[in-house]
Design a protein around this ligand. Structure first.
Ligand SMILES: [Zn+2]
Length: 416
């Protein structure tokens, strides 16, 4: 008979963690700090009650392994680190639900589950201190840019390699952590949604299709400064006018894209004085979509719209790419199983993309079949002390995620 996870214990452990790692402003488990080291020691004590092998890899990721009949591995991941003043669920819900699932699997199969099951606590998912997220998982997937990371500096002028040395990690060897994925057959991650989609649908859980690709650009319109009193309206080369037309346009572009989002996040003008027509206007545009060709189309449409508005206003336009990342779709069969586990647990499921990046995207990028499950976020808000999820939804997510873990073990075994 199938054993069940004790979801109440997970909720109690989340509260226990909050009691010694949060203050009146929220969670304070920033990676590589003393609080984070304490958090890890607490997690290790919990893991010690199980017959698991525990070690930290070359990038500082913590692994707990329950060996099974097969060397093929089901990996469950999350991150104990938080942003400063963070929420009580982001990252640690994933790890503590994973811990509960390890307990359930151990109690059901004694010491031999059908496949090997591992729990990983990724190091520095948030990138709060050095401004670069997914450190541990991108080192492990092999995608971390060592030259870029070597130069990262925190607010106190401390370089990343130096901060890592403090916690016993040799920066030059972090990519050796890649060997941890040698036997990986599937990767699962539970996470609080961090957005309002499930809240608006009044659904507790959703299956995640993948993480958005991103095109991020600066667009600069170049016109001519001129006196605001003496220049007739029809003689102006107004850089702001052309830029302003982009604002309603990106809403039309997003709507046509079916599922994409576009944001103009900043706008600066020169000379920026009240008595001059704008000579130069720089806006930033962030575009995201789960589908690569759809994202490319959104980008092209924005570009040609900017050229049209520049022509109409007799100004010039130039584009500069600030950042780009491809969409990372999750594994079709795992998405279907995630959907099924949710439906079996609470009747109804929903498939949705993830706007934020997650460690699961790095694991997927390394070629490991991966999927995520989202649980509803009460205010649709994360990275904030008000982040919250109803307790009955927390209970449902542990049960559904456990079901997904069981289905995935069987899926791995059946593939031989
Ligand atoms: Zn997170």
């Amino acid at each position: 008979m199938r054993a069940l996870p004790d979801a109440q214990r997970t909720i109690a452990e989340l509260k226990e963690l909050r009691s010694f790692t949060a203050d009146e402003n929220g969670a304070q488990r920033v990676a590589f700090t003393r609080k984070w080291v304490e958090t890890r020691a607490w997690l290790r004590r919990k893991l010690d009650a199980l017959p698991v092998e525990i070690h930290t890899d070359a990038a500082g990721n913590l692994w707990a392994t329950l060996h099974g009949e097969s060397d093929k591995e089901l990996i469950i991941g999350g991150h104990m680190d938080s942003v400063p003043n963070g929420g009580w669920l982001d990252g640690c819900l994933n790890v503590l639900a994973g811990l509960e699932i390890l307990r359930r699997i151990h109690s059901q199969y004694a010491d031999k589950p059908p496949v090997t099951v591992r729990l990983v606590d990724w190091a520095d998912e948030e990138g709060a201190r050095f401004g670069k997220s997914l450190f541990g998982s991108s080192a492990c997937s092999g995608n971390l840019d060592l030259n870029e990371a070597r130069g990262l500096v925190d607010r106190d002028g401390i370089h990343l390699p130096e901060a890592l040395r403090e916690v016993g990690i040799d920066f030059e060897r972090v990519k050796e952590s890649g060997q941890e994925l040698k036997h990986a057959a599937a990767y699962l991650e539970l996470h609080i949604e961090q957005g309002p989609v499930l809240l608006d649908l009044d659904l507790p859980l959703g299956a995640v299709l993948g993480t958005f690709g991103v095109e991020r650009h600066a667009i600069t319109f170049h016109g001519q400064a001129a006196h605001s009193g003496s220049t007739p309206m029809n003689r102006r080369k107004d850089a702001f006018l052309a830029a302003a037309k982009m604002s309603p346009e990106i809403y039309r572009i997003a709507e046509r894209s079916h599922g994409g989002v576009c944001t103009i996040g900043s706008c600066t003008t020169k000379p920026g004085i009240v008595t001059s027509v704008v000579e130069e206007c720089r806006i930033t545009l962030d575009q995201r979509h789960l589908d690569g060709p759809a994202l490319a189309k959104m980008f092209q449409e924005a570009k040609s719209a900017s050229e049209t508005f520049a022509r109409e206003g007799n100004v010039q336009v130039s584009w500069e790419r600030l950042w780009q990342i491809d969409p990372r779709p999750f594994h079709d069969e795992l998405i279907a199983m995630c959907d099924e586990a949710i439906r079996e647990t609470c009747g109804k499921s929903h498939r949705l993309p993830s706007g934020p990046l997650h460690d699961a995207a790095e694991v997927a990028r390394a070629g490991v079949p991966a999927v995520m499950m989202f649980v509803q976020s009460l205010h649709g808000i994360s990275h904030n002390k008000i982040e919250d999820t109803r307790e009955e939804h927390l209970e449902l997510c542990v049960r559904a995620f456990d079901k997904l873990a069981e289905m995935t073990m069987r899926w791995i075994k059946a593939k031989g």
